[in-house]
Ligand binder design. Structure first.
Ligand code: G
Ligand code: G
Ligand code: G
Ligand code: MN
Ligand code: NA
Length: 254
């Protein structure tokens, strides 16, 4: 209860901040994009990670205003970096199931694009399979509207949710993110290597980009590269970092 009431005032008290984790092009080992990850700087407690509060705000509906703030703040940050003369890279923002089914989502995205002036191709949304499977025909309609704005869509935590592969063909999705559960034991598990290899092959034949999550070792990197995976994200390169630190990553973009 205490946590919930603190969360109710956290947005107004400006206690949220964004962190950024690099997604690397495996061919060049250079920065490709940044995933945006929400943090709550709670006085007395310190930095609170999303797994401690996203389920609560997803449950009580606060995810809608807070999620909208995340999208807006990410777009503003992108524009600030641009004004500083940094080469912009796409920012990938997570959308939860409740945000995704909220009627105000598409209008609010449109408003944020207008007000911040961000190039839509510099924004991406990550949506889990489970969120995509929940809402039938409406899902396609919302995805089409987001896609028509020029914002790229990717499937997060691929392979862990309930999904039908048929949807990959129907939905205007451009990218698949292989869940880190399949990457973790890649060096020791022939099954996981087979699963990753199948996901990469599927992505290739559907002309989707593929990102491996949870890349922590050179061994992971080597095996993923050999299997033809294009992009990688994980502690091998960097944990999620605050904006001031992300600047140094952007300075390295050629
Ligand atoms: O870094 P990590 O502990 O940051 O994130 C944990 C989980 O919280 C991730 O699976 C991610 O999907 C979710 N998450 C992080 N930031 C956001 C956000 O801004 N919006 C939503 N909906 N989920 C987020
Ligand atoms: O949205 P998603 O569930 O993919 O959120 C990414 C989550 O994964 C965040 O909590 C982030 O901190 C975490 N993460 C990022 N890289 C690694 C990694 O290499 N290993 C592990 N265990 N977690 C990671
Ligand atoms: O950035 P830092 O020097 O603190 O990271 C040191 C190592 O700690 C990283 O290479 C990574 O393996 C691990 N690490 C970094 N961030 C996290 C995190 O959020 N969760 C976990 N479990 N490990 C992390
Ligand atoms: Mn994600
Ligand atoms: Na993920």
């Amino acid at each position: 209860f205490e946590l919930e009431s603190s969360l109710r005032s956290a947005l107004a008290l400006q206690q949220f901040e964004l962190h950024f984790q690099p997604i690397i092009n495996m061919g060049t080992r250079k920065l490709h994009s940044l995933e945006v990850l929400l943090r709550w700087r709670r006085p007395a407690t310190g930095l609170v990670m999303p797994d401690q509060f996203i389920p609560i705000i997803e449950d009580n509906g606060l995810i809608v205003p807070i999620g909208e703030w995340v999208i807006r703040r990410a777009c503003e940050q992108s524009m600030e970096w641009r004004r500083q003369g940094l080469r912009p890279v796409p920012l990938a923002v997570n959308l939860s199931p409740r945000q995704f089914m909220h009627k105000g989502l598409v209008p609010s995205i449109r408003r944020i694009l207008d007000e911040t002036g961000i190039e839509p191709s510099l924004l991406e949304f990550e949506i889990t399979e489970t969120a995509l499977m929940q809402h039938g025909d409406q899902t396609l309609e919302i995805l089409d509207q987001i896609n028509a704005m020029g914002i790229r869509l990717s499937i997060d935590d691929f392979g862990t949710g309930y999904s039908s592969l048929a949807y990959l063909k129907r939905f205007p999705v451009k990218k698949i993110k292989i869940d880190r559960a399949f990457v973790k034991d890649l060096e020791h598990s022939a099954e996981d290597r087979a699963i990753v290899s199948a996901i990469v092959a599927l992505s290739d034949s559907l002309q989707l980009s593929v990102v491996a999550e949870g890349v922590e070792t050179e061994g992971h990197y080597y095996l993923l590269q050999r299997q033809g995976c294009q992009f990688a994200q994980g502690y091998l390169f960097s944990k999620p970092v605050p904006a001031e630190t992300a600047v140094h990553l952007l300075e390295q973009v050629p």
